[in-house]
Design a protein around this ligand. Structure first.
Ligand code: GLA
Length: 382
């Protein structure tokens, strides 16, 4: 639907045939807040995406951008970039500026975009916007940029123009995803493996809390600092260069050497790095029950030790704990709102959504949205 609208909008505005690109959002099965700690993550690109209609416009440096959903147009010169945090056009400017900083030459272009990745739901709509536009510009200006570099440049846009010091997971998943495959990414050296996403009779349902607490970006940056502080101590104690090399036994034996809060954060990270490795193995063995239990363990760690959950997310996960139709559930993404990811028996999914929505409404007077999600190919040209 969005794709057709975007093309029609482009035709009406520019009276010419555009190129079309798709940039998906992402889910993450397990491995949360491990990416910037050099651990593993297990994300996949999904069937919710941003669609771009785009074409060069023959000008040296004028960009005309339209966000169809917001019915807003924005024109700027790629040599005069004036970012403003919180404004969608900043991502467009940020992408152009990032390309230029890396020595890639682009000229003027017209772009119209729209999508169905819910904003603020923790499904990485901003990574899709950055990486989708980078993919499109790479193609229409024949820049020859490799896919992993696109993801890294997208991450830089987020750091510089959105003020979030994020890891690489979201951009990597949006760019590198493949249909029906999860990506086991080692954030230490960017090596990765794709393996089939086989849930048998089960499906992924995202429960959207419909809240995004203000704290999200500032607390995210704080967590990174707390981890850096912890790593500096680990470096002195154990000579390690990364938290992934700290063992649980080392950490527990030196509890007293860390400020309390830093110890809690590290205890979560070290546990989570181990959990992802085990969960990957269990997924390969098709032992979903154990993967599900690990998802709950991740949630508990994120909530009690890492301090990035909130009442709404805890409630949504708690509702599933004694539900035999649910294999596993946890908050997903940065935290402080957004979605929980649930692996649910396919035949039960509709009843599950109904039950969850009713309980959420009763407790918070908020309408919970739910998305049955499938795994799709990453950023690509149509
Ligand atoms: C956000 C960030 C990612 C990652 C997750 C938490 O989505 O953008 O890099 O750190 O939070 O796992």
């Amino acid at each position: 639907m969005q794709k057709k609208e975007v093309i029609q909008h482009f035709h009406k505005k520019y009276n010419t045939e555009p190129y079309v690109f798709v940039a998906p959002g992402r889910i993450n099965i397990i491995g949360e807040h491990t990416d910037y700690n050099d651990g593993y993550v297990l994300p996949a690109a999904i069937d919710k995406a941003i669609y771009f209609a785009i074409k060069t416009n023959g000008t040296p440096s004028t960009v005309n951008a339209t966000a169809v959903d917001l019915t807003e147009d924005f024109t700027f010169d790629i040599n005069q970039i004036a970012p403003k945090i919180g404004f969608w056009g900043t991502y467009i400017m940020g992408v152009c500026s990032q390309l230029q900083k890396n020595g890639y030459k682009i000229n003027g272009f017209d772009v119209v975009f729209s999508g169905d990745i819910p904003l603020g739901a923790g499904l990485s709509s901003s990574a899709a916007l950055e990486c989708g536009l980078l993919t499109a510009l790479n193609d229409i200006f024949s820049l020859g940029i490799e896919k992993v570099k696109i993801a890294l440049m997208g991450q830089q846009v987020e750091h510089t123009y959105a003020g979030v010091n994020c890891g690489i997971m979201d951009q990597f998943a949006s760019v590198m995803g493949e249909e029906n495959a999860v990506i086991r990414l080692d954030c230490w050296d960017m090596s990765y493996q794709l393996f089939p996403f086989e849930l048998g009779e089960n499906i992924v349902v995202l429960c959207d809390s419909a809240v995004k607490h203000e704290l999200a970006s500032s607390e995210y940056n704080t967590r990174r600092k707390e981890c850096e502080e912890g790593l500096a101590i680990c470096n002195k104690l154990f000579g390690v260069k990364s938290l992934r090399d700290v063992t649980m036994a080392q950490l527990e034996a030196h509890k007293g050497d860390f400020p309390d809060i830093v110890y809690k954060r590290l205890h979560y990270v070290v546990g989570e790095v181990l959990r992802v490795e085990t969960a990957c193995q269990k997924m390969k063995e098709k032992d979903l029950a154990t993967v599900g239990q690990m998802m709950y363990a991740t949630h508990d760690g994120l909530s009690r030790e890492y301090g990035v959950s909130c009442e709404e997310l805890d409630f949504l996960v708690d509702q599933t704990r004694n539900d035999s139709g649910v294999i596993g559930a946890r908050m997903m993404g940065g935290g402080f709102g957004g979605c929980t990811i649930n692996i649910v028996k396919g035949s039960y999914a509709d009843a599950f959504i109904e039950k969850m929505s009713a309980a959420y409404k009763k407790r918070f007077s908020v309408d919970m949205k739910a998305y049955k999600t499938t795994v799709k190919k990453g950023c690509h040209k149509e």
